[in-house]
Design a protein around this ligand. Structure first.
Ligand code: MG
Ligand code: ZN
Length: 349
């Protein structure tokens, strides 16, 4: 009698525990400030998936000693909770390597994955797993990724793995992984560790036919991660919203935003059904200093001017949904995004 009561107590406790530790999905629109979102919204007949989020905050994006950040410093701020110098990934001002939220979630027994529309070694995704003094050390970053035991790796940059100066073939070395080569293979694989290096170098623009679409890749990734019956941490990046901003090309920027928004919609659908998934959508910084000056509501067009080919210092919005989402309301440093995700990871509200 006593024993069965204890068992019941234990099983209830572990049930509650598993209920309390949510999946965490962070979605970063690189260079996606408020005007990029606004342009994308009016270009999409005045509607976006972001309107369904529960809480909205604002994040201060400055780097260590610099008002205008790059994607390495801001990625590191969100991934590792520290301000660092532009160009640096995962290392603080005292040269100490800082653990990322992805690494902390791995320690906690989470499955982990990343799906991006740049190469997988680009600054934003790299901030979640690499420690390098320069974001340009792509081959070093690839080596670190190959040894990081992520469960799912999707994005461009195959050449950094198997056409290297040191002649190593990391694809061969990553023998616990199955590398798939198209969406069908991704959907059909039952492997524990999955890689899909979509392009040899940086993937092309959406406007130039990049495929598979980010929303399809992410929907399939969610199925894979959800099937594992343990919580997961997933990074999704709309990497090229930023590149459209650097090019000062509204069409480029908006087309990348639209694909990202479609992906947000699928992620939100998943979170709503799942009931224990925290979704955070934010940006690392604004790109292009975009001002919207006109357009046509009926034709769903917008006109704007860019004031720089670089980034700007404007605060960026943070949208959140699900358990712990209310933590993300308010105005805070981008480093607080790490702290808030960490709270969710430790299930302390
Ligand atoms: Mg990026
Ligand atoms: Zn940029």
């Amino acid at each position: 009698m006593k024993k069965s009561f204890l068992l019941l107590l234990l099983s209830t406790f572990s049930f509650l525990q598993s209920q309390e530790t949510p999946n965490i999905i962070i979605m970063i629109g690189d260079g996606m400030g408020l005007t990029q979102i606004t342009a994308g919204m009016y270009s999409n007949n005045n509607t976006i998936a972001l309107e369904d989020f529960e809480f909205i905050g604002l994040s201060k994006t400055h780097a260590l000693g610099q008002l205008v950040t790059d994607s390495a410093a801001s990625g590191t701020a969100m991934a590792c909770g520290i301000k660092t110098y532009n160009g640096v990934i995962g290392i603080d001002k005292n040269n100490a390597h800082q653990p990322s939220i992805l690494e902390l979630s791995q320690k906690k027994g989470y499955s982990t994955g990343l799906v991006v529309t740049s190469s997988v070694v680009h600054a934003t995704p790299a901030s979640f797993y690499a420690k390098v003094p320069s974001r340009k050390l792509y081959e070093d970053i690839a080596l670190q990724l190959s040894q990081h035991s992520l469960d799912l790796i999707i994005g461009g940059g195959l050449d950094f793995f198997n056409k290297r100066e040191d002649k190593r073939d990391l694809i061969k070395e990553m023998n616990q992984y199955e590398f798939v080569t198209d969406l069908k293979e991704l959907q059909n694989t039952t492997s524990d560790k999955i890689g899909f290096l979509t392009y040899k170098k940086e993937p092309p623009k959406k406007l130039e036919g990049r495929s598979p679409a980010l929303d399809e890749l992410v929907a399939t990734s969610l199925e894979k991660l959800d099937a594992r019956k343990k919580p997961f941490f997933l990074l999704v990046e709309g990497s090229q919203i930023d590149w459209g901003g650097h090019a000062n090309e509204m069409d480029y920027m908006v087309s990348e935003f639209k694909e990202f928004d479609k992906t947000i919609e699928k992620v939100l659908d998943f979170a709503k059904k799942d009931g224990n998934t925290l979704v955070i959508v934010t940006a690392d910084h604004e790109t292009g200093g975009l001002t919207l000056k006109g357009g046509n509501l009926e034709k769903a067009t917008v006109k704007g001017d860019f004031s720089t080919e670089g980034h700007s210092a404007a605060m960026v919005p943070v949208f959140s949904y699900g358990p712990f989402s209310k933590l993300f309301a308010g105005i805070y440093e981008n480093t607080a995004i790490f702290e808030k995700m960490k709270q969710a990871l430790n299930a302390e509200q």
